[in-house]
Design a protein around this ligand. Sequence first.
Ligand SMILES: [Zn+2]
Length: 542
Amino acid sequence: MRRTLSVIAVVIAVISGLVTSLLAAQPAQQHFDGQTWWGHVKVLADDNMEGRETGSAGLRKAQAYIVEQLTHAGLQPAGVKGFYQPVKLIQREIDEKNSSAALVQGGKAEPLVLGEDAFFNTRVELAAEEITAPLVFAGYGLRIPEKSFDDLAGLDLHGKIVVYLSGSPADVPGALASHYQTPVERWKPLKAAGAIGVISIPNPASMDIPWSRMSLNRAHPAMDLAGPEFNETAGLKMSLTVNPAQAEKFFAGSGHTFAEIAELGKDRKPLPRFPLAVSLKARASVKRSEVESANVIAKLPGTDFALKSEVVVLSAHVDHVGIGAPIDGDRIYNGAMDDGSGSALLLDMAAKLANPAAEKPRRSILFAFVTAEEKGLLGSKYFAAHPTVDPKSIVADVNVDMFLPIVPLKILKVEGIAESDLGDRAVAIARSLDVKAIADPEPLRNGFIRSDQYSFIRHGVPSLKMDVGFEPGTPEQKIFKEWLTKRYHAPSDDVNQPVDLGAAALYEEITRRLLLEVANADARPAWKPDSFFRRYASGGGS
Ligand SMILES: [Zn+2]
């Protein structure tokens, strides 16, 4: 007996040592196991939600589930009508059969094949009449005063259509480059120079998805917020995206080739700028309608008498792109990771933090499930312009969009890492959990402006977006690249894909700690003195 006992004692000692080290390696398991998160993802990305297109019955169903879960968890409604904040939109759909585009040279018109050569961008209000205008190639088409960079200098753009390669030159920092590539910032200097249209050519070296799938998506309706206050591209009459594989014909007779441009673009080198020998003749027929959607807003009240009137926002978009062109026989674009994953995290977090046994934050936490992100960050843009709380009370936005727990979480990619002290907090929290936080290793993808945090940034609110990441040159990089090529905005972003629940749980824990730290700190988060985006904090928004 004694001997046995002592053997058992030794065994227990060994096992408990083992258990301790396991817990130390995965401390996230104290709060999350990934299972409840995945359970919510499965509901939100089920086929019966029909891909949650903005304005659709499927999205309303997903929102009803979210409201039900929030109510059950004891969150307070913080919308306009209960949890809902109505958002009015206009929808534009291209009528390609009645549209046309051609390149004209020496009086001869060569028609472009819509879908194969190019497609119209209906996100802007295209002119109803036929447009004929000379084309000018303007490099990246950017004017960035902070870097004394001006692609438009010396070009006559009056009455012309500007052709540019998507992206930015290498010596422009990521956040700055992202900012100047938003549709509104891109258009400002072009409009001032007298241009009437734009033609973008995606950089073949940095395309997320192949042309074939970009082109398939062109039939999806585009949307914008209703009301003149939201029309950011007034005067832009024509907008096309051109297939880089077919772009050579735009350069015929110009003395330059697209191959030459693409070669320079590969390394983000400065590009030549010159008039093209061809003109564009095009007419876009667009069907317009009104769409009604909503954000879903919930509040967990803070406990501190002085600070509870301030809010930390945790945001994610509920909408996805709905039902579309079939790929491998599947027409439902479920959006499990984009952004069922983020919405599910908000639900999981709301329930966790509202639990009576949980540590309560001093500031309030606002859960914003926004709509129409896929249409151009519209739900968040509306919320940031017309918040359901005092605008000055919003101290930070932590946005969760497609954080991709598809490999173990060892690297945390932080968008906005150097812009505010939120970045420092994220780095320290990650380190305490044995995770290395890094800046975006792929600034070409413009991550900083491509999700809802950007709507808050434009209104001066320090913001952050974190993702499961990788370091360049690792096998993980290939996994992410393959995911983007195959599943991003495709029907296969569904619940039949492999996910790493441990990575999801650890990501949730980092998010939980960041929220609580920000909510409990004496001081509000602040922009770094040298952050470009700090200007919006004093300027009162866009
Ligand atoms: Zn997304």
